[in-house]
Design a binder for this molecule. Structure first.
Ligand code: ADP
Ligand code: MG
Length: 382
């Protein structure tokens, strides 16, 4: 079943003129933040809008939420029209507070003067009398959601006394307690440090899978998108350039922009061969790789180990004591001004390594690579 349909969505803003370069642009020209987007999101999907800053992701999400009024198009959630208009002069526009959607944004936006419990209970308590659950039911539902988000032990704590990660989990708890047909997530992890981001990313994925909440996720981080999504729509300048499963998008980009935007990472297919504490060992094309992950992916599962080019360290000498140490041969190099890229052949695989230009190694040379387990990201294959 389709949970969200976006049809020919257009949203423009009055240009501020501030970006005007002398004589080149009309200061009053409208900025088409969303320029005719159509997409369908199926029930239970984790659908990601991925693209660089300014490409229109937030505007698309805010339009769905009812926080922006589109110029034209149609928005339908679970069979119910939320917006349609712009063509024949007649416009339907359901106000944001009547759309019943869950939302989590980059800033935590929790209610500071309330406890954790009250923050989550609030969206249920403010419902109008006929739709408000009883006290007992509210308490049960809040309890369940807090448990899911691993916040039960903090129920009575003042919301401001939580860490950043806990606050963001609280924002999520508050968004899902109303059991929305659609959950809208706008870069919800971008204010968190890398470690927390990884663990919350998987928590989100688990939550999304366990609860089956259809979610729209906005990010500019391609690894995050690959790790989380069932479908990715790559956006640029207000339009969707390509849409597909994560694997399709990175294996078969349909244009140069998508290839460059997604393709700056090394994706090494492999199989989980074991666990040890917070570490997972994966057999990949370059050899056995250890990575740090709080997520327990079963042994035997196919995964992809993603390593950013700058996360590989390159050396002409063997370290001998590194966890992920591989030997290979430089097949190519490219100077990028402030960095140098080496293309290194390891067994049957090729990886890109980005480093300081002070180390530039001639093609044909044997080199050694290492990647810290915390810098290797698990991307599920499904
Ligand atoms: P993203 O979330 O992908 O970074 P946005 O949707 O925030 O992108 O913005 C898309 C474009 O629309 C940008 O050029 C941005 O400057 C412009 N824009 C967004 N909101 C407004 C606004 N309220 N007024 C004017 N321009 C805006
Ligand atoms: Mg944004």
């Amino acid at each position: 079943m389709t949970m969200l349909t976006i049809e020919n969505l257009v949203k423009s803003f009055q240009g501020s003129g501030s970006k005007k370069r002398k004589g080149t642009e009309d200061p009053d020209a409208r900025v088409f933040a969303v320029n005719d987007i159509s997409l369908d999101v199926g029930e239970g999907e984790m659908f990601t809008l991925l693209g660089p800053s300014g490409c229109g992701k937030t505007t698309t999400l805010r339009s769905v939420a009812g926080l922006e009024r589109p110029d034209s198009g149609r928005l339908n959630v679970a069979g119910r029209d939320l917006f349609s208009g712009g063509v024949d002069g007649k416009t339907l526009n359901v106000p944001a507070n009547k759309r019943g959607l869950g939302m989590v944004f980059q800033s935590y936006a929790i209610w500071p003067h309330m406890t954790v419990f009250d923050n989550v209970a609030f969206p249920l308590q403010v419902r109008k009398r006929s739709e408000r659950p009883g006290k007992r039911e509210i308490s049960d539902r809040v309890g369940k959601v807090l448990e899911t988000m691993e916040l039960s032990h903090l129920a009575d704590r003042q919301a401001t006394k939580l860490s950043g990660g806990q606050q963001q989990r609280l924002a999520l708890a508050r968004a899902i307690v109303i059991e929305p047909p659609l959950l809208l997530l706008d870069e919800p992890l971008s204010n968190l440090d890398a470690k927390l981001r990884e663990s919350l990313r998987y928590e989100l994925k688990r939550l999304q899978r366990d609860l089956g909440i259809t979610s729209i996720y906005v990010t500019h981080d391609q690894i995050e998108a690959l790790a989380l999504s069932s479908t990715i729509a790559v956006m640029k300048d207000g339009v969707v350039l390509q849409q597909g499963r994560p694997r399709e998008v990175y294996e078969s980009p349909n244009c140069k922009f998508v290839a460059e935007f997604i393709g700056t990472s090394n994706f090494l297919p492999g199989t989980v061969i074991g666990h040890e504490g917070d570490f997972v060992d994966v057999d990949t094309a370059v050899g056995r790789m250890r990575l740090e992950s709080s997520v327990k992916i079963p042994t035997g599962d196919a995964v992809i180990a993603a390593v950013r080019p700058e996360s590989f360290e390159l050396s002409v000498k063997r370290w001998g004591d590194r966890v992920n140490e591989f030997s290979g041969t430089v097949s190519n190099r490219a100077f990028l001004g402030d960095a140098v890229d080496h293309i290194v052949r390891i067994r049957d695989a090729t990886v890109r390594v980005r480093g300081n230009p002070s180390l530039s190694v001639e093609p044909g040379t044997e080199v050694f690579l290492s990647a810290d387990p915390s810098q290797v990201t698990l991307v599920p294959v499904d």
